[in-house]
Design a protein around this ligand. Structure first.
Ligand SMILES: [Ca+2]
Ligand SMILES: [Ca+2]
Length: 656
């Protein structure tokens, strides 16, 4: 079908469904589905909220947004066919350059416009919503009529690097075909292929390796389309993501991702290249490559995804649709580039290769169980990628630099507080407790409300003694008598107390004193890990009074006061505990012989033991200021570089 059809116009309004491929495939795979409509241009396109809603759900974008990650402050660079910067969805593009055009245009039916919009289209009630709708974009238009030259791509990568792109998206690749692939490669099992004798391998091209290394060594993450050749392995340059030196070190430092396409049902798209691997080190027993394509391969939606429609404001565009539909692993790559910027924004101190690993490890497994040669690691999952991975530990600041957040030795899984008088209400006012920082296995900090790990003390209250809550072990009362005084002595493993009193006619008075020692506990509250408390000692005293106000009615009361001294647990958020004063009282009345001689009825009001004075000092990390981060993950420096491909490469590798 002719390329010239792309902007054909008609006197009647029409709806356009544009199916696009990688730019290098433009000439051979273009197809148009032009549907005539009635005279008035009906709003045949969905609202912004619905346009790419299914795609955003498919990749978990809404969950990541809900955590505050929208790509703000992150730069995504594109080498593409241009971009329509008049499109309202591209208002976040901050820089554009082309060696061919004095002002930015889109020369390939909007391929570049679509890619930028998929990653970073503004949330502005028109068009679509980009995965990272607050990220900034940079576009280098290196191409004519949909073809990109190696030199242009290298120049574009350099320019994007020099303009501090955090991510470089390359929705481009060399053209390969399935028939030629089968002719020149042999499958030796497990998705691994060996090139036949005499074949010049286009996948072994290193013509852009230097520019890729230039970019990745400066921290840029390169996202590359797997290609749309229906081949079992990705095209070039994507395969360079897993190329290693003789020692097995990745030449791009693990800072590159290959992206294939799935449909809306998470099935690999028929056009998409798979995650198979062309072996570079063939041995007598098989393949000795330590890294394979599948290890750095993800899939993302690629089928008929809505994107910004280039030139829709132009007079020649009769449809005036702000959005179009697109297809291909170009789309998938742009979506992943947007996703990466959310992680970069959320944790600026992460190294670029850590971000890549986060995306790979959190991908939703598809196809054969585990990492496989079709889907690689599986579907990008931005929900999982913005949740903690592995065990969580309380965060602390490294002592030397005061800028690095590191995990302490305290695991969140073994932190908690149960029972007793100290509870979550005791820490309601503590911002440290409410937003304590923990570190996951990837070195990322998350905010946790630690009071959620504290139980409600009243539910655990067990009135064992007149001053209670201190021990759950059995009290052993012993009657004592000293002259006219009598009472009880009681004890348990960690507690000792006595009460003695004297009856004077209808009036009784008594005193009580006691002491308890607790291990890793205060006032009956056990603390563990990040909520740990040290040992404590409580001494208490009080009085008991009662008065018979008639033959069968007794009025009684008691009042007790305690003083607790506690040590802090050095690994806990609770770093200091003052002397704590507590009190409890009871007042009641008992009527005996209500019905017969054995029964009685009491009415009693008790104030449970409560803290009347004292404080705990809570010390911890409540946030992280990234302004001092100078690594490539930080905000101060970003360079990146990428490359593209000559579409004629396919014709050369069969020559010998
Ligand atoms: Ca929009
Ligand atoms: Ca799998």
């Amino acid at each position: 079908m002719s390329h010239s059809l792309k902007y054909s116009t008609s006197s009647s309004a029409m709806m356009r469904k544009v199916v696009k491929y990688l730019p290098v495939l433009l000439a051979i795979n273009t197809s148009f589905d032009v549907v005539a409509a009635s005279t008035a241009p009906a709003p045949s396109y969905p609202t912004e909220a619905m346009a790419n809603d299914a795609t955003l759900k498919q990749i978990g974008a809404y969950a990541a947004w809900s955590r505050g990650y929208t790509g703000k402050g992150v730069r995504i660079g594109f080498v593409d066919t241009g971009a329509d910067l008049t499109h309202p969805d591209l208002i976040n593009v901050i820089a554009a350059k082309s060696p061919y055009y004095s002002s930015m245009v889109d020369v390939d039916r909007g391929h570049g416009t679509g890619m930028l919009s998929l990653a970073l289209a503004a949330k502005n009630n028109q068009g679509i919503i980009g995965v990272a709708y607050e990220a900034n974009g940079l576009i280098y238009a290196g191409g004519i009529s949909g073809y990109l030259l190696n030199s242009d791509i290298n120049n574009g990568i350099k320019w994007l690097a020099d303009n501090k792109s955090d991510i470089i998206n390359l929705s481009l690749g060399a053209r390969q075909t399935t028939s030629n692939f089968d002719l020149y490669y042999k499958n030796i099992g497990d998705g691994i292929y060996v090139r036949n004798k005499g074949v010049t391998d286009p996948y072994s091209s290193t013509s852009q390796l230097a520019s890729l290394q230039y970019a990745t060594s400066r921290g840029s993450i390169v996202v590359m389309s797997a290609g749309n050749d229906s081949n079992p392995t990705p095209t070039s340059p994507a395969v360079l993501a897993v190329r290693t030196d003789a020692a097995g070190n990745l030449l791009l430092g693990g800072r590159a991702i290959i992206v294939g396409a799935v449909d809306k049902n998470n099935v690999i798209a028929n056009y998409s290249n798979r995650a198979g691997h062309i072996c570079q080190n063939v041995t007598a027993t098989g393949c000795a490559d330590v890294v394979q394509v599948k290890d750095y391969f993800l899939v993302a939606p690629g089928g008929l995804v809505y994107e910004a429609n280039a030139n829709y404001t132009a007079a020649s565009n009769m449809s005036k649709n702000p959005i179009a539909q697109d297809l291909g692993s170009s789309v998938s790559s742009a979506i992943v580039s947007g996703g990466i910027s959310l992680i970069r924004q959320a944790w600026p101190s992460l190294k670029s290769e850590q971000i890549v690993q986060i995306l790979l490890k959190t991908a939703t497994d598809l196809g054969p169980k585990g990492v496989d040669s079709i889907y690689g690691n599986g579907l990008i999952n931005l929900d999982a990628a913005t949740r903690p991975i592995g065990a969580l530990q309380l965060a602390k600041i490294a002592g030397v630099s005061n800028t690095q957040l590191v995990p302490s030795s305290v695991a969140l899984s073994s932190s908690g507080m149960v029972g007793g008088m100290v509870n979550k209400l005791s820490f309601t006012g503590s911002q440290v407790m409410k937003s304590a920082q923990v570190v996951d296995s990837m070195g990322r900090n998350f905010s946790v409300d630690m009071t959620a790990g504290m139980s409600n003390s009243l539910l655990n209250y067990v009135p064992l003694t007149s001053y209670s809550g201190l021990s759950t072990t059995t009290i052993q009362p012993v009657d004592i008598s000293i002259g006219n005084f009598s009472g009880v002595a009681y004890s348990s493993q960690n507690l000792l107390g006595t009460r003695v009193g004297h009856q004077l006619g209808d009036f009784y008075w008594g005193v009580e004193v006691g002491e308890a020692n607790e291990r890793s506990s205060i006032l009956g509250t056990k603390g563990f890990g990040a909520l740990g408390v040290g040992d404590s000692n409580t001494r208490w005293y009080g009085v008991h009074l009662s008065q018979n106000i008639s033959e069968n009615v007794n009025l009684y009361s008691n009042w007790m006061r305690g003083v607790t001294r506690a040590n802090a647990d050095p690994s806990s958020l609770i770093t200091e505990i003052s002397q704590v004063q507590t009190q409890t009282w009871t007042i009641g009345v008992t009527k005996n012989k209500l019905i017969d001689s054995q029964d009685s009825l009491s009415f009693q009001v008790t104030q449970l033991p409560r803290i009347t004075q004292g404080y705990a000092t809570v010390t911890g990390v409540t946030g992280y200021q990234y302004s001092n981060v100078t690594e490539e993950g930080g905000l101060s420096e970003f360079l990146c570089v990428r490359r593209g491909y000559l579409p004629t490469v396919m014709d050369k590798w069969v020559s010998s």
